[in-house]
Design a protein around this ligand. Structure first.
Ligand code: FAD
Length: 290
């Protein structure tokens, strides 16, 4: 099933993002988690692509197994990092052979130790180039891409970033998923500005339930997402009480999702960080409401 056909404001879908575990045991646990999530009827799940090494093969393997063993639609992420076009073609062919229909096309972050992104010789500098490559190779995938309501961390201005997004969408994206945000105002403003310059594909909000204080500090530093002052103060107060922190994270994300749904989003993508209980609580609450 092509994900673009599942993104519908009158019947929004929930999707869950996972990263590939490093061990076979971890993979078995993740597949079990997915079985537990299946009753929540996710529209799809997605599996991230690592910075290098063997976890990359695990993305293709895991997506294939999820599709085969759970029947849930699974999307593979792919990045330009460290790959020549020939290598990317091979990964894409493996996905196609495994009957994977949906791919999230990314540039990727600079590998650890590098401050700026540098493509391999002959490689792609921006995700747009990889989108064009995939369309030219005629793989017939449904393609998603990333977008940034608060602007990508490397960009000089949000307007520049939005123009680059327009080029990326015009190169052949079917939908985009946002970076995480904790304040819906960023998302609504972003969608309005995107529509104004002719970006017409579905823009799926990405939500990360906060479950760990240090982790949220690290993520927001990395991706530049703003923690609203009130939420920041509340987090500070419960940072040494793990249960209360999770409750706060779940409550905040649930309220965010309720507002997003009431304003007609086509779906909500959850960054689960492979910890499904928080996501399960939120989606259960949202399902109970509809
Ligand atoms: P691009 O679209 O190429 O944009 C990167 C920067 O280049 C932006 O600042 C943009 O404005 C600029 N730019 C684009 N085109 C041009 C141009 N023509 N000229 C000048 N500047 C330009 N990372 C992983 O490693 N693995 C994953 O699985 C993964 N999954 C993700 C899923 C989602 C939903 C999101 C939001 C991010 C994910 N990331 C992942 C992180 C992502 O790889 C980083 O945010 C990365 O820094 C940018 O990737 P991109 O595809 O958005 O890049």
């Amino acid at each position: 099933m092509k994900i673009r056909n599942r993104l519908n404001p009158s019947n929004p879908c929930f999707s869950f993002e996972f990263f590939p575990p490093k061990t076979d045991e971890g993979t078995a646990n993740l597949l079990k988690t997915l079985e537990e999530l299946a009753p929540l009827e996710p529209g799809f799940v997605s599996v991230t692509y690592g910075a290098g090494g063997s976890t990359r093969d695990r993305t293709v393997e895991l997506v294939t197994r999820i599709k085969r063993e759970t029947g849930i639609e699974a999307m593979a992420h792919i990045t330009c990092v460290g790959h020549t076009p020939g290598e990317l073609r091979d990964v894409l062919q493996r996905l196609k052979d495994a009957k994977v229909e949906n791919v999230l096309v990314l540039r990727g972050d600079p590998p650890q130790g590098q401050t700026a992104f540098e493509p391999v010789p002959g490689g792609f500098r921006h995700a747009t180039e990889l989108v064009r490559f995939i369309r030219d190779e005629d793989f017939n995938f449904c393609l998603g891409g990333a977008c940034y309501p608060e602007g990508h961390v490397e960009t000089a201005s949000r307007d520049d970033d939005l123009r680059h997004l327009k080029e990326k969408v015009d190169a052949g994206l079917d939908f985009v998923i946002t970076q995480l945000f904790f304040d819906n105002a960023f998302y609504f403003d972003f969608v309005e500005r995107a529509r104004r310059i002719g970006i017409n594909v579905p823009i799926v909000p990405g939500i990360m339930p906060i479950t760990n204080y240090e982790q949220v500090q690290r993520f927001t530093r990395m991706c530049g997402a703003t923690v609203p002052m009130r939420l920041g103060l509340q987090l500070e107060r419960v940072k040494d009480q793990p249960e209360a922190l999770v409750q706060l994270g779940v409550a905040h994300a649930t309220v965010q999702c309720m507002e997003l749904l009431s304003r007609g989003v086509p779906g909500i993508h959850f960054y689960t960080l492979n910890k499904s209980p928080a996501t399960r609580m939120i989606v259960s609450a949202l399902r109970a409401r509809t």
